[in-house]
Ligand binder design. Structure first.
Ligand code: GAR
Length: 200
């Protein structure tokens, strides 16, 4: 069985949805490590409560993005991690990191890429007046929010929606598509052809 790590900087809502899918056997892989760049991330507390190994490293204690990532990779190798799932990990990973896990890093972004890249995608789509938005699961490359798209789920923005209600709907959609995408990946059902991911 493959081992994977989840990287999270915050609440860990996606982490919890993914872990639930692992526990129920929907994802046939071992959630072996939860990593956070933030000491107080609820994701770490959740993982500890659930008996999942955790790791925290403080990026401020490293000279560069790459030296930070090199240290993380040492730990991942030790834990025999086969692939990495970024779930609300609010840092850009280095080229070094991507080279160590080519086509083996997944991310979720809360907009329909390539629209509304960046850190405030839900708010940006809401304020822009988008009528449809929703999350994207994609492979990670060095450039932010650029890798090949795996799954997207449209979420309608209705007149009665506020930023808060929209955020809730997007999070619910995320918790549906991320476990599904990870399951496809684990079962070898995703074939990358240039920008396109073919679901076999
Ligand atoms: C999620 O909405 C995720 O799409 C977003 O952060 C949230 C994390 O929530 N990620 C990004 O914006 C990445 N640029 P969570 O901690 O509850 O999973």
């Amino acid at each position: 069985m493959m081992n994977f790590a989840v990287f999270a900087s915050g609440r860990g809502g996606n982490l919890q949805a993914i872990h639930k899918a692992v526990k129920s056997g929907k994802i046939k892989a071992r959630l072996a490590l939860v990593f956070s760049d933030k000491k107080d991330a609820y994701a770490l507390e959740y993982a500890t409560k659930e008996g999942i190994a955790t790791l925290h490293l403080n990026p401020k204690e490293f000279e560069t993005r790459e030296t930070f990532d090199r240290e993380i990779v040492k730990h991942l190798r030790r834990a025999k991690i086969d692939f990495v799932v970024l779930a609300g990990y609010m840092r850009l990973v280095s080229g070094y990191f991507v080279e160590q896990y080519p086509d083996k890093i997944l991310n979720i972004h809360p907009s329909l890429l390539p629209s509304f890249k960046g850190m405030h995608a839900i708010k940006d789509a809401f304020e822009y007046g988008a009528k449809v938005t929703g999350p994207t699961v994609h492979f990670v490359v060095e450039q932010m929010d650029e890798g090949a798209l795996i799954l997207q789920e449209p979420v309608a923005v209705e007149s009665k929606d506020t930023y808060e209600t929209l955020k809730l709907k997007i999070h619910e959609a995320e918790h549906r598509i991320y476990p599904k995408a990870i399951d496809l990946f684990v079962r070898g059902k995703l074939k990358i052809e240039g920008r396109k991911v073919i679901v076999l």
